[in-house]
Ligand binder design. Structure first.
Ligand code: ATP
Length: 312
């Protein structure tokens, strides 16, 4: 394949000339604030995704602020598991309104939320995506940020099956005054959010709910009653892990570092156990893979148990 080799880092977030952007008619999705289109960044010969929305020039529209905040959050942090933002463009459309374009990495598979509706994802692939998200979350936390909105709609997957965290619109610094940054009711939020005092463990909770939804394919808020989650067909290790992430007490939740470590270990044990016997595992169908997993389930679980002592 011929991917253009350009490396864009957080320092490079730049204003892109509108003439250098060619928007297609292909709508990749709609969010609360705008529509995302497939587009071409002409001078780079690069396929990109472009989020388009209108903002009022003046008069206290929070949208422009939100746009700038999103850009700033991305400027601070970049990494393999965080969606890349290349730049932005602003177009004046009237005396009152501007049109903003957020130009980002094109994620061929769309969001996890979309994928879950469209296709059956094998158990192991889910575990891999979970690891990617944990790595992205850890990276944000290392930069002293709280994402605050980790959920399946905000995790995007590229053509190489890499999952990345996107939508940093409401990302905040740990030190920010959280009292004034409350957003509306969000079923993914942990109890402490409504008390206005929270830490990065908030992300661990929303991450846990996201995994619960992802693995059980059940709606996050419907399936959680107290601290018990119905996790059918799930490795007990993973079940236990998710329950720890969504513990009501933030102090009982693992850190993002531990999340990343645990899932990396899971992937390692899984790969080693299955690859010994099934060299064609990656090429098998989803059904075949899931049945192979079931067969080795106990062996994998035992290995992880053995090695996981450090984590809890
Ligand atoms: P909200 O606006 O409430 O945050 P959202 O996160 O779903 O909701 P958007 O970020 O506007 O809203 O994204 C809308 C949809 O567009 C996503 O669910 C996804 O399917 C698609 N999408 C967003 N960004 C990209 C991208 N970089 N590449 C491909 N598809 C994308």
């Amino acid at each position: 394949s011929n991917h253009p080799m350009i490396v864009v880092s957080e320092q490079d977030i730049l204003e892109i000339d509108l003439n250098d952007l060619e928007l297609s008619d292909v709508e990749l999705g709609r969010g609360a604030f705008g529509t995302v289109y497939e587009a071409t960044w002409v001078s780079k010969k690069l396929r990109v995704a472009c989020k388009v929305f209108r903002v009022r020039k003046q008069g206290g529209s929070g949208l422009l602020q939100s746009f700038k905040r999103e850009l700033n959050a991305y400027r601070e942090v970049s990494g393999a598991y965080i969606l890349k933002i290349y730049g932005y463009a602003v177009e004046t459309i009237s005396r009152l309104e501007d049109k903003c374009y957020l130009v980002m990495e094109y994620m061929a598979k769309g969001s996890l939320a979309c994928m879950m509706e469209k296709e059956k994802i094998s158990y192991f692939r889910k575990v891999k995506y979970a690891l990617h998200v944990a790595r992205g979350m850890h990276k944000l936390h290392q930069h002293n940020l709280i994402h605050r909105d980790i959920r399946p709609a905000n995790i995007l997957v590229d053509e190489h099956q890499v999952a990345k965290i996107g939508d940093m619109g409401i990302t905040r610094e740990v030190s920010a005054n959280h009292q004034h940054t409350m957003v509306g009711y969000n079923p993914y939020m942990p109890p402490e959010f409504y008390l206005g005092r929270y830490s990065q463990k908030l992300d661990v909770y929303t991450f846990g709910l996201t995994l619960n939804e992802f693995f059980t394919e059940a709606n996050a808020q419907l399936d959680i009653t107290g601290s018990t989650v119905k996790l059918q067909n799930l490795s007990p290790i993973l079940n236990d892990f998710i329950l720890r992430c969504i513990n009501y007490d933030p102090n009982q939740r693992p850190t993002s570092f531990i999340c990343q470590k645990t899932l990396a270990l899971y992937v390692k044990c899984f790969t080693e156990t299955i690859n010994k016997k099934h060299r064609d595992y990656d090429k098998s169908s989803t059904e075949k893979r899931n049945s192979i997993f079931k067969h080795y389930h106990e062996r994998i679980t035992a290995r992880i148990r053995e090695e996981l002592n450090y984590a809890w």
